[in-house]
Ligand binder design. Structure first.
Ligand code: MLT
Length: 304
């Protein structure tokens, strides 16, 4: 069996694939537009978020039977085409749950205590202590839009800090005792901190828009470690400028790497902090994802 790994995964994952006797091409340095020329030989492809298993790459992958995605989101895989062609797609839904939840929590603390402003003013030689009076998380309400695995992990951490948690999810019950499950509009109206944990679909695109923000408390903080595009960046910009939203922390952007004017405008605002889609990027999380994706690919290839 031949496996091509087109985005770097943890060494332990590569070792597992090799131990099975598969021929493994560690192809992450090959420019993505050259992959269609070589992918035709492979039975399995292992990716993270950079490789798009869609369009001409998927067309060219004539022998492909398994896609392994080290990570959660499958928006870079054409699931419909894969299903039509009988290609199995596996991701690692449990590998980075706490990893992403911890970043959301780090963002909440950073917004509440103005950590980034503290650093930037110090770097400029300023002692801005009087401008840096913050807020506490304890006693506040966290609203979770999309209270699945990651949302629930965040809820447990925030509950331990003395926060009240309200949450909603599109389908099913929230199985977390500390979360008060309610309708999305109740999450909007009650939250002091609103954190998004849902995929980008036609249904969730711009779920945080002008109307949704109008329902929120004045001074709400918004955190997005899920997917860009779930927030209408222009609406968020206007709401922060007007003071309706006190601040936002964004790990994900409508277009990545950041390129849209709407994202750039947000980054000019002092009370917006951000990062380049690092939610799953910890040593521990990447190791778990690398191992779990390799195990999933091996499991599927063994079925053939
Ligand atoms: C994921 O879906 O696993 C995360 O967003 C990480 C990523 O895609 O880089």
């Amino acid at each position: 069996m031949k496996v091509i790994v087109t985005d770097k995964i943890a060494d332990k994952g590569i070792e597992l694939l090799k131990k099975e006797g598969y021929e493994v091409n560690e192809a992450w340095d090959i420019p993505k537009d050259e992959l269609p020329k070589i992918v035709g030989d492979y039975d399995a492809i292992v990716i993270r978020s950079a490789t798009k298993v869609k369009g001409n790459l998927l067309e060219a992958a004539k022998n492909l039977k398994v896609v392994g995605r080290a990570g959660i989101g499958l928006d870079n895989v054409d699931l419909k085409k894969c299903e039509e062609r009988g290609i199995t797609v596996r991701n690692t839904p449990n590998a980075t749950t706490d990893t992403v939840a911890e970043l959301a929590l780090a963002f909440m603390f950073a917004l509440a205590r103005k950590v980034v402003k503290g650093t930037t003013t110090l770097r400029k030689g300023e002692w801005a202590k009087k401008q840096l009076k913050g807020l506490e998380l304890g006693g506040k309400t966290l609203g979770i839009v999309g209270c699945g695995r990651i949302g629930s992990a965040l809820a447990r951490k925030c509950h331990a800090l003395g926060m009240k948690i309200v949450g909603c999810r599109r389908r099913g019950e929230i199985n977390e005792a500390c979360v008060d499950q309610c309708e999305i509009n109740d999450v909007f109206t009650n939250a002091d901190y609103l954190s998004l944990h849902l995929p980008l679909t036609p249904e969730t695109k711009h779920i945080i828009n002008k109307d949704a923000i109008a329902k929120m408390k004045d001074g709400v903080f918004i955190i997005n470690c899920a997917r860009g595009g779930t927030i209408d960046e222009n609406a968020l910009y206007e709401a922060i400028k007007s003071g309706k939203v006190a601040g936002a922390a964004l790990d994900v952007w409508e277009k990545e790497p950041v390129e849209l004017e709407s994202s750039k405008k947000l980054l000019e605002l002092e009370n917006v902090i951000g990062s380049p889609h690092i939610g799953a990027m910890t040593a521990e999380g990447q190791e778990r994802a690398g191992i779990q994706v390799a195990e999933a690919v091996i499991e599927e290839l063994k079925k053939l």
